[in-house]
Design a protein around this ligand. Structure first.
Ligand SMILES: [Zn+2]
Length: 295
C-alpha cells in the first residue's frame, strides 16, 4: 500500500522547513584541517550571508531552523545571537563540525556532544532539541547518545523523502541475505537529502565537490521536488538545507526569494521550524506503529 495520501485528501497540507547549517569557518578548519586564509575567508563570508538570510526571513515573517557548530558561536557570537533574537530555532551541529564516526571512542563523542550543547545553551538559554550530524553519517552509538541527552529529532538522513519517520537502532547490514532492520526508537527522523542541500550544487570544494551550478538549475530541481510533493503526494514536509556561505551570494539569494514566493503561493502550504514538525509528529505517532507513515 502506498504510504502517500492523494493530493485531494481533505487534510492535505505541506509544511516547509527552511534550515541553515551555519558551518562558517569550522567546516574548513575542522574536518578538512585547513589553515588556509582563502578558506577562512569563505567561511567568514557566512556572516554576510547569514545577515542577508535573516533579513529575508524577517521581511517575510518566516520561521527557520539553524544548525550551528559551537565554533561558529564562539567565533561569530553577534550574528548567532541575532538568529536567536529573531526567533529562529537553533540545533546541534558539532563543535568544529566533527563527524561522530571520526571520534575514537564513546568518551570522545560524549565530550564533543556536551561541549557543543553547552555552546548552544549559552547562546539560546535552552537545551537544543534538534540535531543534524556534521558530514552526513552517524552510527547507533551516536543515536543512542542523542536519545540519552533528550533530543527530539535528527535530520541527517531520509528513508522517506517527504515524511517524518522514527530513527532505528540495531540494523544488521548483510550481504548474503535480506537486510535485518532494527527497532524504531524515540527520536524523530526529519528528512535530509543532498538533493535538497545547496552545498553540492553551489560549493567549490576541491576535487570532490565542484558545484557552481546556476541558480536556475537549482531552482528547477528544488521547485520540481516541491511541486511533486504538492501535486502527487499531497501532504508532507519539505526540508531545505542551506549554508549561508553558499546560498548567501546575490544570485542565489534571488533564486531563494523566487522559490519561497512560489512555495508560499501554493494552497495549504505553511512554514515551520523543524522542532514544531517533530512535535506534531510525536503527538500523532509512537515508535513502531504505522502512523509514522503520515505527517
Ligand atoms: Zn555542516
Amino acid at each position: 500500500m502506498s504510504p502517500e495520501r492523494p493530493p485531494d485528501a481533505p487534510d492535505s497540507r505541506v509544511t516547509v522547513c527552511l534550515s541553515f547549517d551555519f558551518d562558517a569557518i569550522s567546516i574548513w578548519t575542522g574536518p578538512r584541517g585547513s589553515r588556509s586564509p582563502n578558506l577562512t575567508a569563505r567561511g567568514e563570508f557566512s556572516t554576510i550571508g547569514a545577515h542577508r538570510l535573516l533579513d529575508l526571513l524577517d521581511e517575510r515573517s518566516l520561521p527557520s531552523t539553524w544548525f550551528i557548530p559551537g565554533h561558529t558561536i564562539d567565533t561569530f557570537g553577534d550574528v548567532c545571537a541575532r538568529v536567536v533574537s529573531d526567533g529562529h530555532e537553533v540545533g546541534y551541529h558539532g563543535y568544529c563540525h566533527e563527524a561522530p564516526s571520526s571520534k575514537r571512542d564513546e568518551a570522545d563523542e560524549r565530550a564533543i556532544l556536551t561541549r557543543s550543547m553547552d555552546c548552544l545553551e549559552r547562546l539560546s538559554g535552552s537545551t537544543p532539541v534538534g540535531h543534524r550530524v556534521p558530514g552526513g553519517n552517524c552510527g547507533d552509538r551516536w543515536i543512542g547518545l542523542l536519545i540519552e541527552h533528550g533530543f527530539s529529532y535528527d535530520s541527517s538522513m531520509a528513508r522517506n523523502d517527504y515524511a517524518p519517520t522514527w530513527c532505528r537502532l540495531g540494523d544488521v547490514p548483510t550481504t548474503d541475505g535480506p537486510h535485518q532492520f532494527g527497532g524504531e526508537v524515540d527520536l524523530v527522523q526529519l528528512p535530509f537529502d543532498w538533493i535538497l542541500d545547496d552545498w553540492p550544487y553551489f560549493s567549490y570544494d576541491g576535487p570532490t565537490v565542484q558545484g557552481l551550478r546556476t541558480p536556475d538549475h537549482v531552482y528547477d530541481v528544488w521547485s520540481a521536488e516541491f511541486d511533486y510533493l504538492c501535486d502527487r503526494v499531497g501532504s508532507g514536509v519539505f526540508v531545505l538545507t542551506m549554508h549561508p556561505q553558499c546560498i548567501g551570494r546575490g544570485s542565489r539569494m534571488l533564486m531563494l526569494e523566487r522559490l519561497i514566493d512560489h512555495m508560499a503561493s501554493q494552497p495549504s502550504v505553511t512554514f515551520a521550524t523543524m522542532a514544531a514538525v517533530a512535535d506534531e509528529f510525536r503527538a500523532a505517532a509512537k515508535p513502531g506503529d504505522q502512523a509514522n507513515r503520515r505527517l
